[in-house]
Design a protein around this ligand. Sequence first.
Ligand code: FE2
Ligand code: FE2
Length: 471
Amino acid sequence: MSINYDEQIPNNVNLSGDKRLQRALEKWQPAFLDWWNDVGPVGFQKDDIYLRTAVSTQPGGWAQFGHVKMPDYRWGIFLEDADPNRTIPGGDHAGEAVWQEVPGEYRNTLRRIIVTQADTEPASVEQQRWLGQTAPSMYDMRNLFQVNVEEGRHLWAMVYLLHAHFGKDGRDEADDLLARRSGDADKPRILDAFNQPCPDWLTFFCFTMFTDRDGKYQLGALAESGFDPLARTCRFMLIEEAHHLSVGELGVERVLRRSVQLTKADKNGDARAQGGIDLPTVQKWINYWYSYSLDLFGSEISSNAADFFGAGLKGRWNESKDFTDHSALNQHYTMAVVRNGSLTEDQVPLRNAMNEVLRQSYMADCERVVKRWNRALEEEGTDFRVSLPSSRFFRRQGIYAGHDFNREGDLIGSETWQKNSASWLPSDADRAYVASLMHAVTEPGKMANWIAPPRKGVNGQDIAFEYVRRA
Ligand SMILES: [Fe+2]
Ligand SMILES: [Fe+2]
């Protein structure tokens, strides 16, 4: 169905056909705008930003680009078209017709799943609200704001489901989504990574690379849900999400390239002496954000994950395409667990290992990016290579939390951890150094010294295009 921009809330769900729902969402809309103005990007709400807006949900050519003031962005409700023949991809109901309404017995669980996903969307906007002030270029600033408005739209996507399918409870949850605040002591966001500050652009690039990529896999699992409106919502969100991931991947790549160039330019091979970010520092940021993002998948062994899968509420990545046995029963997953102070292998019923199965898909995706980063390092002429730490390293959630592991994933004593963690994770001095480099570069086409220019601009525009027109 095509997108209707004539209504107050753009949508492709025939919103005007349900007046009660339309009115309820029109009441939520000004609260959303208040939230955006309060805790969205600081200092750029009056400027014209070159942004894309969804005009259809068909892949390829779905977006229109133009200069827009962010508060005027047309946030709306866009679901992928329904497939009348779609069946439930996995679990006990696999092969049955998908649900268009929430099944009563899964109502609370499904609401929790949707709220947890929804909460991450405004949280990331809050985390990133100060970054516009120190953007390394107008091009990067525009990308930041594109990510921000789309996270706002993802919030709309989830709030629509809450309003349309969960009655009063859903409307209350939608209100609460605007009341929690990232990092707030009293009303924090639900997941820990979304309460971490995002004070510098290296963090932003690592966050969009690793944490938004967790989002990709969570959305992918929900795109395999038996609750069809959720699956269709997530399918379209995934198309938008791809841009966020590329901002992160290419951002880190540009930092790496520049780091090598500055290392070579310095007579002592010291990138910091040339005002750059040295490669070992980038590696520390990777260690930190990769580990934090791994936590978001939940515990390796989880009866909740088994229940979600069994009920058909969540699937594996590409459940309908990549698997033949959709029951996941009578199968086991081999997992390393800590027992009596050492690592041993356990056989876990596959359904209970579904968080880990999804995490493994994510990890393989991250590895592919690391390969591309290392190709870039090779092109720049260095032997230095970046890598991902073991998935046991620096975990605060799941079965490895509470134990110390080195980057290779070997169990180590806490003394060894104390001695080495400063060389594995960003220290206060590292953070202060990176923060000291963060100064806005506002001349179109110019880049901060610590980052290489991108290969190309946005939507065929020049890198020196005026992506942000200051008011
Ligand atoms: Fe999102
Ligand atoms: Fe995102």
